[in-house]
Design a protein around this ligand. Sequence first.
Ligand code: HEM
Length: 276
Amino acid sequence: MTDAYDPATDGAQMSYAREMSYGDYLALEGLLEGQKPLSDAHDEMLFIIQHQTSELWMRLAIHELAAARNGLAGVEIRPVFKMLTRVSRIFEQLNGAWDVLRTMTPSDYTAFRDDLGKSSGFQSHQYRRIEFMLGNRNMAMLKVHEHRPVLHAALMAEVAEKSLYHVALDRLGAAMGRDFSEYYRMEAPHQAQDAIRDAWARVYEVPQEQWELYELAEKLVDLEDYFRRWRFNHVTTVERIIGFKRGTGGTSGVQYLRRMLEVELFPELWHVRGQL
Ligand code: HEM
């Protein structure tokens, strides 16, 4: 009979006290101390962790989008495809996460909703930053951050940069001998332009001629597709839990979120489909 496996002996060569541990590397102490329910309601822990994990994934999405935007402005475009795919997968992951939150009923949520005060995902600066990076720059959304100068300045800095879509349009323009920067709107959501739609149409009509742009276009559509699903899952979950009550953040709630379903991040890439 062989001896029972003893993981402690297996690691006997290690000095656990001296070496950096798993928890040190991941700063788990701080991370796992960050869940502080304000009520005794059982489901508040779920609610907190759902938001915190979403924020962590958003942090990674921002990291990837920033690198993708830099990459798109450079020469080698292929690593950008990988990053954009990763961002789509992050949203897919966040989409799956709604299934966990949906196990919370209106009765469960009502037990602690008043404790949230006016706090709302509406104030998520990382979410707003993702929207700004992608191109949905609704400046009115900055108001909720005015009392936090550092966050406000970070979002303003984002607006001073080209969006991911602007940089994609630079590439599209360069391939077509055009300059689409006249259509940039740094401090407003991008508005669909016929000239840009027609340029994407040329890419889609003969993909072999502009394969990289064709692939880029599909990566962007993928990303927006997953983002739209996130918005849809959010509004459906919200309706399921609070119906048509106003949001804690002060908006009309489901009505506001339904309006957000109409946002088009990369409008010409959707419009071009109707003319192919
Ligand atoms: C019980 C679950 C949830 C409810 C009832 C809820 C409700 C709402 C409501 C009503 C709004 C509109 C703003 C307001 O007036 O408050 C909103 C916005 C928002 N929520 Fe949630 N939410 C829930 C879960 C989540 C989760 C898990 C996240 C993940 C981070 C999230 C992120 C956001 C974001 C980013 C916005 C702003 C959307 C935009 O401006 O387009 N929410 N939420």
